[in-house]
Design a protein around this ligand. Structure first.
Ligand SMILES: Cc1cc2nc3c(=O)[nH]c(=O)nc-3n(C[C@H](O)[C@H](O)[C@H](O)COP(=O)(O)OP(=O)(O)OC[C@H]3O[C@@H](n4cnc5c(N)ncnc54)[C@H](O)[C@@H]3O)c2cc1C
Length: 415
């Protein structure tokens, strides 16, 4: 039966939910507080990376975070705040940094990321979209023996999960990327990974949805939510009141603020990251993560993107120049001939990853509200998991058996 659906948030999760809900025959409206052309879903590294099966909350990460707290150039920065939500999140994150959490997360993360990658391909074929989608794999480039050993250990886990991965010597790395001057001890290559140019997919998807009757309300912020008998009766912005049969909360890092109005406590923090783009041709043809520096390098459509850092410091898009310099310096350290210019660095942009304490997204209905589906908290993997999350959202709303076991993503799970 066709339903009226309101989606809060038009990032990758909101747009993919709109796509699959429209395909199921529902009438869909997407409401976004922004102009829908910036933020995490536009500035990310574009990886479709089933290789990233280890959740952020893993043994040793909290310790590293504490050590890095005093280093403004570090890839992970957690800014201490006397905010009860932040303190609860930190506590839950710390307790999730365990072998048990990693083991629980691996299959759940891999399955939804693999499905996401395959659905990008299906969407491209079905809708004749033109966005870049290449499966050239992902290189984890290491400069130290210690890092290489660590990456090989992770690769062993991925191999056991059936993912195609192999170790690469520095000589083979040079053969694979002959036009770049890479300084490395070696690398690990994940052949299962693909890459895209995010803003091109976002633009194509918006155009497609609009031309198929999906309504977009841009620059409207959902401020209030009215509830009756554990059901949302309406949502309001400064200009309008909206009613619908079902609602989808896909507001990324802001989702926590809205869920509070519903009495749902989502533990979620914004993890800011940055990107620098360059239109110069550096001869980089295979996406890479500079493992020690945690900088992602992606050859996109017409430019190369350098992205990185995870700054847990509240909701803001402020550009921290020290971190931009850290990305540029790391790049130069690995690719000796690449010196990013002042102009390229001045063009840097930021985006907020919605980070859960255990590295698993929130997808599903909370028991507090029967006509709301939550779809957020994808952290570093939201681009990879966009289409699969959208499909699952549509299946939940339509009462169809979900494509995957969604129990690990339950929004009411305890930490
Ligand atoms: C530097 C960087 C690199 C990354 N690289 C990768 C990668 O290579 N691969 C990968 O898989 N992932 C990557 N990610 C993660 C990925 O980009 C995010 O997980 C994903 O974009 C989150 O999408 P979203 O739709 O949940 O949130 P968003 O894109 O943030 O969208 C949420 C939307 O909700 C709107 N909104 C919020 N509150 C309201 C309200 N009250 N009313 C109306 N609208 C509202 C916002 O305006 C926003 O447009 C990266 C992220 C960053 C920052």
């Amino acid at each position: 039966m066709s339903k009226s659906i309101i989606i809060i948030g038009g990032g990758i999760i909101g747009l993919c939910s709109a796509y699959y809900l429209y395909k199921e025959g529902h009438q869909v409206t997407v409401i976004d507080q922004s102009s829908m052309d910036f933020g995490a879903s536009y500035i990310n590294a574009g990886y479709l990376s089933p290789s990233h099966i280890i959740p952020l909350a893993a043994p040793g990460v909290m310790k590293k975070g504490l050590k890095w707290m005093f280093n403004p150039k570090s890839p992970l920065y957690i800014k201490p705040r006397l905010d009860p939500d932040f303190l609860r999140w930190t506590w839950a994150f710390n307790s999730s940094c365990s072998v048990k959490n990693v083991n629980r997360g691996i299959t759940a993360i891999k399955d939804i990321a693999l499905l996401g990658r395959d659905l990008y391909s299906e969407i491209k074929k079905t809708e004749k979209f033109k966005f870049q989608l290449e499966q050239k794999g992902l290189l984890m480039i290491c400069q130290t023996e210690k890092m290489l050993e660590e990456e090989i250990r992770v690769a062993e886990v991925a191999k056991k999960e059936g993912l195609p991965v192999r170790e690469i010597s520095s000589e083979e790395l040079k053969r694979l990327q002959p036009d770049t001057n890479i300084q490395a001890k070696g690398a690990v290559m994940y052949e299962c990974d693909a890459h895209t140019t995010p803003h091109i997919f976002m633009e194509e998807m918006k155009t497609y949805l609009k031309s198929n009757g999906v309504v977009f309300q841009k620059n409207e912020k959902i401020q209030d939510i009215s509830i009756k008998n554990e059901k949302i009766s309406s949502m309001s912005t400064a200009a309008n009141i909206y009613v619908a049969d079902e609602f989808v909360l896909a507001a990324g890092s802001w989702s926590k603020l809205l869920s509070k109005k519903l009495g749902i406590r989502l533990l979620l923090e914004a993890g800011k990251g940055y990107r620098i783009d360059s239109e110069r041709d550096f001869g980089i043809t295979i996406p890479a993560i500079l493992a020690e520096a945690k900088v992602a390098v992606t050859p996109m459509q017409g430019f190369t993107r350098f992205a990185g850092t995870m700054e847990i410091a509240g909701i803001n898009h402020h550009i921290n120049k020290v971190r931009i310099e850290a990305i540029a310096n790391a790049t130069k350290h690995y690719y000796r001939d690449i010196v990013l210019t002042t102009q390229e660095k001045d063009g840097a942009a930021s985006g907020l990853r919605p980070v859960t304490p255990d590295g698993m997204p929130y997808i599903g209905k909370s028991s507090n509200c029967t006509n709301l589906t939550i779809a957020t908290g994808h952290a570093m993997m939201g681009w990879s998991m966009g289409p699969s999350t959208g499909k699952i959202v549509s299946e939940i709303v339509s009462g169809i058996k979900p494509s995957l076991d969604i129990s690990p993503y339950h929004p009411d799970r305890k930490f």
